[in-house]
Ligand binder design. Structure first.
Ligand code: ATP
Ligand code: MG
Length: 140
């Protein structure tokens, strides 16, 4: 296994409920190191670009509205096999299907308000990281 980086977002439903630290504790306990992090308000354009792959889906407007409704915390996480590890720790998209002990099982409110985002491949992780961080903001 190789050390990888992945891109993570703590979403508005979680920042609204003051869960940033609790979620970060789960990441860290599972061997994911936070090597960059900042709290931002996503613009409409940033959210539309970030989720462009879903632009034809019926929930796209709702998703963009949600992601711009309150601050988010964007992060770069590093660790062994970090992309898959992070997806495992987040749990299934729909919290009703998420495994015990996962972030979404513990905290997510619904399939839309599901507390966290994680890249789904190493290739997408690199693209997503570059949308929010410059190289000198990431310190491993
Ligand atoms: P993410 O990309 O946020 O890590 P994911 O990869 O588990 O989540 P995707 O299929 O990429 O899931 O969907 C992106 C996001 O769009 C979901 O996390 C969720 O917030 C929202 N979403 C997905 N499906 C629905 C739906 N049926 N209704 C409302 N929102 C949805
Ligand atoms: Mg996804």
């Amino acid at each position: 296994m190789a050390v990888q980086r992945t891109f993570s977002i703590i979403k508005p439903d979680a920042t609204n409920r003051n869960l940033t630290g609790a979620i970060n504790a789960i990441f860290e306990k599972n061997g994911l190191r936070i090597v960059a992090q900042k709290r931002i308000e996503m613009t409409q354009k940033q959210a539309e670009t970030f989720y462009a792959v879903h632009s034809e889906r019926p929930f796209f407007g709702e998703l963009v509205e949600f992601m711009t409704s309150a601050p988010v915390v964007v992060q770069v996480l590093e660790g062994e096999n970090a992309v898959l590890k992070h997806r495992e720790v987040m749990g299934a998209t729909n919290p009703a299907e998420a495994a015990e002990g996962t972030v979404r099982k513990e905290f997510a409110l619904s399939i839309g308000e599901n507390s966290v985002h994680g890249s789904d491949s190493e290739e997408n992780a690199a693209i997503e990281i570059a949308q929010f961080f410059s190289g000198n903001e990431i310190v491993g």
